[in-house]
Design a protein around this ligand. Structure first.
Ligand code: PLP
Length: 444
């Protein structure tokens, strides 16, 4: 691979044009070609591109101050954003700490949990149980919590290995259990792992309420969410929801946790929280956790750029937009519509094995055999081919080949939450054309 630019991230293996500008659900390259941003980048651009009201509020802040270090000044954008975030979260989540991205949010959540344990005489608790498959970020700590071997293996050993349990990949299970029973069975894996690890050593359980890139929008049975909360309470284990992808309205509620009436102890937010207008993330926690940490001398943690006024002004403008334009309601409505339209594709394309997700965090999976969910042969490279074909036609989608210990091709369809019904028609037209071309290529 040769690069013609010093920018390390550019990969000539996967050449892409220069971006010119964005507008709503569309992006335009320098040649003027238009793309539907069918994945909101990496599930980031929830309110669409170049929103004029957000840009105006950011510009107003730029004219005042772009940075004021938090040890030197309080700022209105950071405090207003904290208040707005608390107002939009379920009751009981009332303290906010800012960061600049998802990995930082996950690490901050774990560090807050750890300091809470220390402050309350539970210093022996340090293990964080997470799930396989999962994705929690790319810093060493967050990567060690991630359940996806190709990303972890090149860097092992990292921190001491954290215990993992299998995420409920229930759509693959061929048994006689009801959905409810399956949810309980998977949740009880948490109890087993806590017992095995030693209950007094377990600090927290970390999970994505709806798996993102890791599982392709996998939603667990309802009973899973209730039972995992109960088990955490029973063992005094903190429940951390990684809502980096699901938060800020993506699934049709501000937090995905609201679908199941769950109040996690700590929530990690990023992606749609800054919605592509600023690198921004946050953790939201309950005072019950935060007060003992403050009493013990304060949270010994913080990043230089955290809570800077420009990023916070952007985040505040994004949350105001979500509310003023009823964007979360639109995500629920358009998500239901788009999911039905994706399910309709199954009648035409027998290699679509599953359609799943919540709100506008949707995915479909390609298989060789719908009955057994046997994946397509890896050599077909379906997950890269379909993305390339769609890109060529002007539709951006996001794909992964992974499925727990198994292999499989899934595609996330996650347009900005402002998408309209006619725009869903446009997206589906391009997706159908892409699948038809893929079928011609890979099907004998
Ligand atoms: N957690 C989840 C669920 C994610 O999907 C991601 C990113 O894809 C992260 C954490 C890491 O976020 P970032 O890439 O902003 O560090």
């Amino acid at each position: 691979m040769t690069n013609d630019t010093p920018y390390l991230f550019y990969q000539s293996r996967n050449p892409r044009p220069f971006l010119d500008h964005g507008e709503g659900i569309y992006l335009f390259d320098e040649s003027g070609k238009r793309y539907i941003d069918g994945s909101s980048g990496a599930m980031v651009s929830n309110i669409g591109h170049s929103n004029p009201r957000v840009l105006a509020k950011m510009k107003a802040q730029m004219d005042k101050a772009t940075f004021g270090y938090r040890l030197h000044f309080r700022t209105h954008p950071s405090e207003d954003l904290a208040a707005k975030t608390v107002a939009m979260c379920p009751k009981g989540l009332d303290r906010v700490f800012f960061v600049s991205g998802g990995s930082e949010a996950v690490e901050s959540a774990v560090k807050l949990a750890r300091q809470y344990a220390l402050a309350t005489g539970q210093g022996g608790r340090y293990k964080v149980i997470s799930r396989f498959p999962s994705y929690h970020g790319c810093t060493f700590g967050a990567l060690d919590l991630t359940g996806y071997e190709p990303l972890r293996a090149p860097f092992a050993p990292m921190m001491e290995g954290m215990p993992k349990i299998t995420a409920p990949t229930t759509y693959l299970d061929r048994d006689n259990l009801t959905e409810d029973e399956r949810g309980i069975r998977y949740a009880e894996l948490l109890r087993e792992r806590i017992e095995e690890a030693g209950p007094d050593t377990v600090l927290a359980f970390l999970m994505e309420p709806v798996g993102g890139a890791s599982t392709g929008a996998l939603v667990a049975p309802d009973s899973y969410y209730q039972r995992t909360r109960e088990i955490c309470d029973e063992y005094g284990v903190l429940l951390i929801y990684d809502e980096v992808m699901t938060g800020a309205g993506r699934t049709g509620t501000f937090l995905a946790a609201e679908h199941w009436g769950i109040t996690p102890d700590i929530v990690a937010l990023s992606k749609g929280f800054g919605a592509g207008y600023a690198p921004l993330g946050a953790i939201v926690a309950s005072s019950r956790l935060v007060e003992p940490v403050l009493d013990a001398g304060g949270f010994q943690h913080g990043f230089t750029y955290a809570g800077n006024p420009l990023a916070c002004a952007a985040g505040l403008a994004v949350l105001e937009e979500l509310e003023d334009q009823n964007i979360i309601e639109n995500a629920a409505l358009m998500g239901a519509l788009l999911k039905r339209r994706l399910e309709d594709l199954m009648a035409h394309f027998p290699f679509i094995g599953d359609v799943r997700g919540k709100g506008l965090l949707l995915a479909f999976e390609l298989v060789a055999d719908r009955g057994t969910m046997r994946p397509l042969a890896k050599e077909l490279n379906a997950y890269t081919r379909l993305v390339e074909i769609a890109y060529d036609l002007g539709l951006i989608i996001y794909s992964r080949r992974t499925r727990g210990g198994l292999e499989g091709d899934h595609f996330l369809i996650c347009p900005p939450l402002i998408i309209t019904e006619p725009q869903i028609d446009e997206l589906m037209e391009l997706l159908e054309a892409s699948l038809t071309r893929l079928a011609d290529e890979i099907m004998p």
